[in-house]
Every structure is written in structure tokens, then in C-alpha cells.
Design a protein around this ligand. Structure first.
Ligand code: SF4
Length: 387
């Protein structure tokens, strides 16, 4: 098994090169070829010595993700579904705007947190992505878009770790990927333009502050513990007081002087004027500089939840703004391709169910063939076939 070079940040790649008996600066050349130029084969790396390219050919590879589908929305949003093996798939979404290009990246196949309003949460947890699988989403999107647009300039200016999964529950793979996003020898993104979104894994918020402080967004969704316990089950482990204290500590290291609070607006659940006033009081008491981002919910049948009406959202935003809290309402993007927030995973779930149905059918067909030779088991095949 050879090493996937997408797994390494620059320091990791330098250690790998030293292991091959090469000087550390070779790692910088290699890193630039991979991430700045989008090279996927060592033959392209013409300024590397032939002897090094030959060594790399037997010890390393660059593993792109296999694209299962690409969907383009009328508003320019693009959603890719990537195969990550063993029936798992993850999604990345590109959102173009006039002044920026944002890529929403996944960190896990599925998610263990199980938020009630989240399609990924309903899917359950399958596995952590590797660093290489996280950065491969950016590698693919950036270089594919550059080719498509005929651009030599950077297309993606912002990354949000808001795709499938809780990034801080995959910390050891997340950090090398973040470092590659930030490195001037790779994507060169500003720390302010790389955002990790968490449901509130308190110890890992502190660890992120120490190891790789980038912009932080917290999925809040409720103004009190009782409601948050129900909507974001992780709150039972790390209640609001602990979470807000961790946000305070993070601000000392953060590249921005505020924390973003994401708040998914759920009809009749967390969207009343009382909830808004409670939020204002919570933020005041915590003395925390925050910016609220109100997110229109994208309903899916298993959630049993509905989207708040536009007037309810506007009234809610006004109460927060009157309480001196900067508040924005997120525009929904890519609605027509199910790429909006909280919709990622619908395709994965369908695909999994489809593959399960196909596997069941295969088992039934094999059994039928076997059982045709044995009249004693003929009824079993029929009963299992209809199960
Ligand atoms: S909202 Fe985030 S943390 Fe919650 S279940 Fe969905 S992916 Fe996981």
C-alpha cells in the first residue's frame, strides 16, 4: 500500500520526503504541484529530478475521489456526490457569489450527533473521512472549476466545514486538511475565510484554538438547554453554559472578533418571539460578541418538522437586531438540487437503501436458484422474497 500524498500537510510531506532520503524542500515543490497546479501524476512534475519521480512512483500516489454525480442549480450552485468506498458517499457544494466562491466540505460519512433537523444526522454515522478525503473535495472542486472556467486564478476563496459530519469529532484528520487549505504553498486561504462549524464539542473547540484557529461557527438552534437537548443531543454532554464559555476562550485565538451562531428556524419549535428574547438575554449574560445567521429549514419527511414562515423569520431577526445582535437571514441556494443546508445526505440515503434492496434481491435470487433444487425449501424463498 503506497502513501496517499493528499493525506499530508506540508510538514507531513517533508517527513515523508526525508524518509525517501530527499531534502525537505522537495516537499514544497511536490506540495505546490499537487495543490496549486492540481497535478495527479508524478510524470507531470517536470522540475522534480527523475530519480525522485521514480521513487515516488513506487511509494506514493495521489488519490482523487470518484465522482458519482454532479448537479448544477439554476443559481450556479454545484453539488458533487463522491464515492468514498464500501457504499458510503459524501457531498461537497460550491456556491458562487459575486465577491467570493465558497465550498462547503464534508468531514464524515454520516454523523453521530443526530440533530433532529438534519438529514445527515438521520442517516447515522458510518465513518470518519481521512485528511486526504477531506482535502480531495477542495482539490477536485478548485481544479475542476478552474478548467471549466478557463481560469488561472483561484476560484474558491472560502471553505466552510458545514457539509456532512461533525468536523470536531474527526479532529486528527481535520487539522492537516485545514493546514493545507491555509498554506501559501497550497490554497493560501485566509484563516478568516476558513470556517469550522460545530454542534458544540467543547474540548475540541479548545484544541482547535491551540492547533489551528480558524473562524468558528456554532450550531446553536435553541436558547435554552431543555430545547437544545432535544434538537442537538450533544447538548446533554456539553450544555450551553460550557459551550458559551468555550466560545469565550476561543475568541482569544480566533481570526475574527466574533463567533457565528447558526440557528435553523423550525416552525413552532424554536421560532417564537419568546425564543428570540431568550436568545438576546442569553447572549447579553454571556457577554459574547456573536453574529446570528438564521437558516431557513429545508424539510425532509423523516424529521416531522416544518420551515418557519418568512414573516416569523423576519420578526425573529428584528428582535435580535433590536437587542443589538448582528443578524442575517441565510439565502437558500441550490434548492432545486437539494444542496441547501441540512439537505446533504438525501441522495446518500436513497443510494444506500437502493443498494440494500439490490443486495437483498441478489440474495433472494441466489437462494431461489439453490432452493429450486430442493422442494423442501421452496416456500422459504417466496416468503423472504416478499419481506
Ligand atoms: S447538523 Fe451537523 S452535527 Fe448535527 S447531525 Fe447534522 S451534520 Fe451532524
Amino acid at each position: 500500500m503506497t502513501a496517499n500524498l493528499l493525506d499530508f500537510d506540508l510538514e507531513g510531506l517533508a517527513v515523508f520526503c526525508e524518509g525517501l532520503g530527499e531534502k525537505r524542500f522537495r516537499a514544497t515543490q511536490l506540495y505546490r504541484w499537487i495543490h496549486q497546479k492540481g497535478a495527479s501524476s508524478f510524470g507531470e512534475m517536470t522540475d522534480l529530478a527523475k530519480s525522485l519521480r521514480e521513487k515516488l512512483a513506487t511509494t506514493a500516489h495521489i488519490a482523487p475521489l470518484k465522482v458519482l454525480t454532479e448537479q448544477k442549480s439554476a443559481d450556479g450552485t454545484i453539488k458533487w456526490l463522491f464515492d468514498v468506498g464500501h457504499g458510503d458517499a459524501v457531498e461537497a457544494v460550491y456556491i458562487p457569489e459575486t465577491d467570493r466562491g465558497t465550498l462547503c466540505v464534508s468531514s464524515q460519512a454520516g454523523c453521530a450527533v443526530g440533530c433532529r433537523f438534519c438529514s445527515t444526522g438521520h442517516q447515522g454515522f458510518s465513518r470518519n473521512l481521512s485528511s486526504g478525503e477531506i482535502i480531495a473535495q477542495l482539490w477536485f472542486a478548485e481544479h475542476t472549476l478552474r478548467r471549466t472556467l478557463g481560469s488561472t486564478e483561484r476560484v474558491i476563496s472560502n471553505v466552510v466545514m458545514m457539509g456532512m459530519g461533525e468536523p470536531l469529532q474527526n479532529f486528527s484528520a481535520l487539522v492537516p486538511a485545514l493546514r493545507t487549505m491555509l498554506s501559501d504553498h497550497a490554497y493560501g486561504l485566509s484563516r478568516r475565510r476558513v470556517t469550522v462549524s460545530t454542534s458544540g464539542v467543547v474540548p475540541m473547540i479548545d484544541k482547535l484554538a491551540q492547533e489551528c484557529p480558524v473562524a468558528l461557527a456554532v450550531s446553536l438552534h435553541a436558547p435554552n438547554d431543555a430545547l437544545r437537548n432535544d434538537l442537538v443531543p450533544l447538548n446533554k454532554k456539553y450544555p450551553l453554559k460550557e459551550l458559551l464559555e468555550a466560545c469565550h476562550r476561543y475568541l482569544e485565538f480566533a481570526p475574527r472578533d466574533f463567533i457565528t451562531f447558526e440557528y435553523c428556524m423550525l416552525d413552532g419549535v424554536n421560532d417564537t418571539p419568546d425564543h428570540a428574547h431568550e436568545l438576546v438575554a442569553l447572549v447579553r449574560q454571556a457577554r459574547l460578541p456573536v453574529k446570528f445567521n438564521l437558516i431557513p429549514f429545508n424539510p425532509f419527511p423523516a424529521s416531522g418538522l416544518l420551515r418557519s414562515g418568512a414573516k416569523v423569520v423576519a420578526d425573529f431577526a428584528k428582535i435580535l437586531q433590536d437587542g443589538a445582535i448582528v443578524t442575517t437571514v441565510r439565502k437558500t441556494r441550490g434548492d432545486d438540487i437539494d444542496a441547501a443546508c441540512g439537505q446533504l445526505a438525501g441522495d446518500v440515503q436513497d443510494r444506500t437503501q437502493a443498494s440494500q434492496r439490490m443486495a437483498q434481491r441478489r440474495v433472494v435470487m441466489m437462494r431461489s436458484a439453490t432452493e429450486a433444487q430442493s422442494a423442501a425449501h421452496a416456500h422459504k424463498s417466496t416468503s423472504e422474497g416478499t419481506a
